[in-house]
Structures are given as structure tokens and as C-alpha cells.
Ligand binder design. Structure first.
Ligand SMILES: *Cc1c(COP(=O)(O)O)cnc(C)c1O
Length: 376
């Protein structure tokens, strides 16, 4: 029996139950299920929260990435650079659009895409870079944007794991929210994300009016005027019930991220003196919203530790056990085992512990003691 799961969405719901039930009831009573007022309200509030001109709600985070790439007018064979250490969706949409995913290795401390590796992967066919703000902290966006400017590339941020994270540019000192730094930002509202709904949902962010207009059309069958189709589009909408839930949770997002941060601090302190455990390293230019709390284990039997924790009712998980270039569907003669040594080493040594808004110190005490009991 799992006593301490990776996330506790029921516990979180209990605290906002009345508000959420009333908001869902309102949608049910209006029957405005698609593109209803709840979607417009959430869109506006998220634009304000992120300080961005345009939020385009859509069906999920994977669609957000796909629609962003569709709007950039890339041609089959164009190359898109992304990280080898991410959830599959990032590379999946590149492949689906018959573009060529070009993978690069990550920084061993932050797990985020390494700017130097991006530069080395650029060819005349490169058109865009997709940095992923993995586990809740921003990639090195200043360096990435400099590379993009130099080579005339688009930057599409995958901010599915970092909504609410703040990035401070070490050049200008400007502070921006994750997902509003590049040309387009894409996020997911999958239930377990830091801002999650009660089904599927996603959104695209941009300050660019033209791209916004186009993406707003693409998510709705490529139409601006009903039944007049200017683009080949998709059907990818955020429904009103999800928007109503998200609008309530958005008000709590900063408080949720603070709770995650506090939980991370507890773990950091508990593991600080253990030479076999490397706790998360946050880069100086970003804060960390800890979508995941991920350790790097040294000389620890990871499967044994997971089993030990499971026996005590404590969940743990490996994000991600197989690097993209070694996934069956993505086997490619351009890549072989050994090409991305940091990613490959991480995939064998990372372990994520439960992190969410409902953790108490008592729970964390039990979890950390169980980890240390095994690790020694
Ligand atoms: C969750 C996630 C996605 C996909 O989001 P969905 O809403 O599940 O489609 C994309 N990229 C990253 C990094 C994610 O964590």
C-alpha cells in the first residue's frame, strides 16, 4: 500500500473543494462547455499573471508544442534542437511534423540543455531550439537566446514543468516568468503539473501578435471566421470545466510553488551531509518550483532503494529511465549509446521523491529517514 504517493491531488482538492465545485456547477448550469466565458476569464488572468500579451489555451501540453512549431512555418527536414533528457512529447511533435529532432546533452547539475552543446549542433538546416525547463527551473535562456539571435533561430520554451518559475537575465537583470522569455512558450495543465486541471489541458504563450493570431486559428481547425479555413489546423481546445478549475488554482499557484520549495528545503537539509546523495542544484539565474525533487545517487543500488521505500509505503520514481536517443521509436543511425554521456549517466542514477503541496514535516521525516536507512 502506498502511503505517500508522488503527488496528493485529493488532499489539495479538499482545501478548495467548495470553490471548485461551485465553479464547475456554474459551467454545468450554463452548458457553455467549449470556449465559454470560463476559458476567456482564465486566459485573461493567466496573461496577467505571466505578464504576456497572448495566452492561447489548448487541449494539452503536447498540442501546445505542436501548434507552436506549426505556426513557425517550418519545412520537412528542417532541424529543431532539443534536449536528450526530457519527456518524450518534446521530441515527438518534432518528429510528427516531419522535422528533424537534433538532440543535445544536458548540464550535469541542472539537467537542463547545455548551451555549448546547442552551438555545436547547429547546421544550415537548424530553424529552432526547444529548451525544456526541466523539473521546475529555467534553462540558461540568456545564452540560448544569444545563440538563437546569432543564427536566426526561433526559441520555443517547453515550460510544462516550470510554470510560475522566475528567470532573472544575468545580462539585463530583467525578471521574467518561465515560458515568456523565448518567442513562444508552451505549457501543460496535466493534473500532476504545478498548475494542473482535472483532465487534460495546455496553453501557448507569446508576445508576438502575428504568431498569436495564427496559433489561435490553428488550435481551432485553422479558422478565424467560422467555416473559413486559412490554415491546416488541429482540434485542440481547453474545455470550460478545466478552465474554471485552473482559474481557481492559478490564484494559489505561488503558494503551491512556495510549499514545494519548502518541502525541497527540508529534503536538502536532510541529505546535505550524505556523500552518496547529490541534492538538486539551482542555477543562479532562476528560482526552482520543484515540479520534481530529483536526487542523483552515487554508488547506491537505485532499484533496491526504490523497493525499500515501496515496502514502507513511500513512492519514488525515475524521470527518465531511457534517454530519447535510446527510445525504440526514436532509434536513429545518427545516434548511438555513448553520444550523450551526461544524459545517459543521469538516466541510470536519478531518483525523484514525493513532492507536492500537501507534504508535512512528519511525512518528510519518515521519507528521508527511510532513504538514509538504505543509503547509509
Ligand atoms: C507533461 C509534459 C509535456 C506534455 O504535456 P501533456 O499535457 O501531457 O501533453 C511536455 N513536455 C514536458 C517536459 C512535460 O513534462
Amino acid at each position: 500500500m502506498i502511503k505517500y504517493p508522488m503527488v496528493d491531488l485529493v488532499g489539495q482538492y479538499r482545501k478548495i473543494e467548495h470553490e471548485v465545485d461551485a465553479a464547475i456547477g456554474e459551467v454545468l448550469n450554463s452548458a457553455a462547455f467549449i470556449n465559454g466565458p470560463a476559458v476567456k476569464t482564465f486566459q485573461k488572468n493567466l496573461e496577467e499573471y505571466l505578464d504576456i500579451k497572448h495566452v492561447i489555451p489548448c487541449g494539452n501540453g503536447t498540442d501546445a508544442l505542436q501548434v507552436a512549431l506549426m505556426a513557425l512555418g517550418l519545412q520537412p527536414g528542417d532541424e529543431v534542437i532539443t534536449t536528450s533528457f526530457t519527456f518524450i512529447a518534446t521530441a515527438e511533435v518534432i518528429a510528427l511534423l516531419k522535422l528533424t529532432p537534433v538532440l543535445v546533452d544536458v548540464d550535469p547539475d541542472t539537467f537542463n540543455i547545455a548551451p555549448k552543446a546547442i552551438e555545436q549542433a547547429i547546421t544550415p538546416k537548424t530553424k529552432a531550439i526547444i529548451p525544456v525547463h526541466l523539473f521546475g527551473q529555467c534553462a540558461d535562456m540568456h545564452a540560448i537566446k544569444e545563440i538563437a539571435k546569432k543564427h536566426n533561430l526561433y526559441v520555443v520554451e517547453d515550460t510544462a514543468q516550470a510554470i510560475g518559475a522566475e528567470y532573472t537575465c544575468y545580462n539585463s537583470g530583467n525578471v521574467k516568468k518561465a515560458g515568456t522569455i523565448g518567442d513562444i512558450g508552451c505549457t501543460s495543465f496535466f493534473p500532476s503539473k504545478n498548475l494542473g486541471c482535472y483532465g487534460d489541458g495546455g496553453a501557448i504563450f507569446t508576445d508576438n501578435d502575428e504568431l498569436a493570431e495564427q496559433m489561435r486559428a490553428i488550435v481551432n481547425h485553422g479558422m478565424k471566421v467560422r467555416y473559413y479555413h486559412d490554415y491546416i489546423g488541429v482540434n485542440s481546445r481547453l474545455d470550460s470545466i478545466q478552465a474554471a478549475v485552473l482559474d481557481i488554482k492559478l490564484k494559489h499557484l505561488d503558494e503551491y510553488n512556495t510549499a514545494r520549495h519548502q518541502a525541497a528545503n527540508y529534503y536538502n537539509q536532510a541529505f546535505a551531509d550524505n556523500p552518496k546523495i547529490k541534492t538538486p542544484v539551482t542555477a543562479s539565474f532562476t528560482n526552482h518550483v520543484f515540479h520534481q525533487y530529483t536526487l542523483v545517487l552515487k554508488d547506491v543500488d537505485r532499484e533496491g532503494l526504490m523497493k525499500h521505500l515501496a515496502e514502507k509505503g513511500i513512492a519514488s520514481a525515475v524521470y527518465y529511465p531511457v534517454p530519447l536517443h535510446m527510445q525504440k521509436a526514436y532509434i536513429d543511425p545518427r545516434y548511438k549509446e555513448g553520444d550523450f554521456p551526461v544524459t545517459e549517466a543521469l538516466s541510470k542514477s536519478v531518483l525523484s521523491l514525493p513532492i507536492h503541496t500537501e507534504l508535512t514535516e512528519e511525512m518528510q521525516k519518515e521519507i528521508t529517514e527511510a532513504v538514509l536507512e538504505f543509503v547509509g
